[in-house]
Design a protein around this ligand. Structure first.
Ligand code: GLP
Length: 249
């Protein structure tokens, strides 16, 4: 393990999320107190659910406001109909945004409409730059070692773009889509380069199913075959793990 990508192993995911949410709340408050909006990079999947639940709890307890937060989501499936239950926009509304005081105009999620993709990807990158860059980026990890949807072969300096989903990723998504044939083949994803420019990064992973890819990402070679391995070179990236996900370290 390198010094630059430490792993923090917690007894369970609830405790990990309690600690991380307190840290993120503190970061948001201190940035807001300095007179600027906090810019959060957000992720989807099952992994961040207890983290979002804890952010909502802090918000309801009056300890965290999102009124001065700008968010950028990592990715979105390509070609799903508006309001599709599996779209990441629907997910974010359901799991976080509808429960907190985010301003709708401060929410950014890649648009999965298949028209004019490269112009929209460039605009997404520009919006991140115009917001001052990402203060804190939340990540999960896929079975292929992807962050966002940066599948094996995604270059270190890749930017927001259209990507083709790995067969393993599509297989993992099949149950929630009601079958492999309904899983999109492509997505829009922030690139590895986009993600690595975030000032602070937390990658979350739970359960023994993630143990071997977590070990590879943290202690294996830095390679575009495991995009999470690029985090080893980031000055402030931390893996938040439960005991099972950390069991091979
Ligand atoms: C998808 C998302 C990733 C996420 C991964 C893992 O591929 N694009 O951002 O990290 O799934 O999903 P889960 O958290 O459900 O294991």
């Amino acid at each position: 393990m390198t010094e630059s990508a430490p792993a923090r192993i917690f007894p369970d995911r609830t405790e990990a999320c309690r600690i991380l949410a307190a840290e993120v709340a503190e970061l948001v408050r201190s940035i807001n107190n300095a007179g600027r909006p906090a810019v959060l990079g957000l992720a989807t999947g099952r992994t961040p659910l207890p983290f979002y639940a804890e952010l909502i709890r802090l918000h309801q307890a009056g300890e965290l406001s999102f009124a001065n937060v700008i968010s950028f989501n990592l990715d979105e499936y390509l070609g799903l109909s508006h309001g599709h239950p599996e779209s990441y926009r629907t997910f974010m509304e359901r799991e976080l945004f509808s429960h907190v005081d985010m301003r709708p105009e401060n929410i950014n999620i890649p648009n999965g409409n298949p028209d004019d993709i490269s112009a929209r990807c460039a605009a997404y990158e520009k919006a991140i730059r115009d917001a001052g860059g990402i203060d804190f980026q939340l990540l999960g990890i896929g079975r292929t070692g992807h962050i966002g949807f940066n599948e094996p072969g995604s270059p270190r300096d890749s930017r927001t773009r259209q990507v083709e989903l790995d067969p393993i990723t599509r297989e993992d998504a099949a149950p929630s889509f009601g079958g492999l044939e309904h899983v999109p083949t492509h997505a829009i994803s922030m690139g590895c380069g986009t993600i690595l420019e975030a000032r602070k990064i937390a990658l979350l992973a739970w359960g023994d199913g993630k143990a071997s890819i977590v070990k590879e990402a943290l202690t294996g070679p830095i390679t575009d075959q495991v995009s999470a391995s690029f985090l080893q070179e980031h000055p402030d990236a931390t893996f938040y793990l439960d005991a099972e996900a950390g069991s091979e370290l």
